[in-house]
Write a new protein. Structure first.
Length: 260
């Protein structure tokens, strides 16, 4: 996927101002920035929930604007920041909805669909409450259902907006371990918008910082998550380190560099 000089305005005010990014097959790309910098808006432009004012998003040599929603859904799945569902669907009902882009108008589930649905529910740990109603579940449980719904699309690209926001700490690791494994095994490209510097450092191959509605920096962890960049973008005294117990990269926060 390529983002070419993408610009997007809200009420005449620039939210994204000339974004150029090559998102590589099979990588996990983390997008970081302060509130209001345009992270979520960028994610919505990547699946045609929003249409850029200028520039474009290219998927498999096709301009996203020229593709139907159904065509896009066969390649791109989304885990949104909010997962409120007002209707009393069962967990299995919600997960099954992810197969709709692959079905005809009057088609039912094939044996292949059933296998894919069951596999996604097993991987996300929700098989045991298949028949529970989604509106009776906690925020963390619902998030796992939404992730399973995205996985049954068998996407090439998975867009995740604050995917661990409603999850217990242990479930955060479980979910992102799963996503990391799928990325490696299936060459699944993952784009994660997050505020969590440590989680991004642990799981992402590359990082993009957005500041003042533009790409401030993009590259490897060591290239981007420098003390100077984290001070400039987030106003924190922080450093990228290797956890001696796990061998994983993480960000150690010393404190704020801003004065109230």
């Amino acid at each position: 996927m390529n983002i070419e000089n993408l610009k997007f305005n809200y009420n005449g005010k620039p939210v994204l101002n000339g974004i150029n990014v090559d998102i590589r097959e099979g990588e996990i790309l983390g997008i970081l920035g302060q509130n209001g910098c345009g992270k979520t808006t960028l994610l919505k432009n990547l699946n045609k929930n929003l249409v850029p004012d200028s520039g474009c998003v290219i998927l498999d040599d096709n301009n996203l604007e020229e593709m139907s929603k159904k065509e896009i859904a066969r390649s791109i799945a989304v885990v949104p920041q909010t997962n409120e569902i007002r209707f009393a669907f069962t967990v299995r009902d919600i997960v099954s909805m992810g197969r709709m882009p692959f079905m005809g108008t009057f088609d039912g589930e094939s044996s292949k669909d059933v296998d894919i649905i069951n596999d996604a529910m097993e991987k996300t740990g929700i098989s045991t409450f298949s028949d529970r109603y989604i509106n009776t579940m906690s925020g963390g449980e619902r998030q796992r259902v939404i992730i399973a719904r995205a996985l049954v699309q068998n996407p090439k690209i998975l867009l995740m907006d604050e995917p661990t926001l409603h999850l217990d700490i242990n479930t955060q690791f479980d979910v992102l371990d799963l996503i990391s494994q799928l990325s490696k095994e299936n060459k699944l490209t993952v784009v994660i918008v997050s505020h969590d510097l440590s989680m991004v450092a642990r799981y992402c191959d590359r990082v993009m910082l957005i500041k003042d509605h533009e790409v401030y920096a993009i590259g490897t962890l060591d290239e981007v998550l420098t003390p100077d960049n984290m001070d400039t973008v987030f106003g924190v005294d922080a450093e990228l380190i290797t956890d001696i117990k796990t061998g994983k990269r993480t960000v150690f926060l010393h404190g704020s560099t801003k004065r109230l």
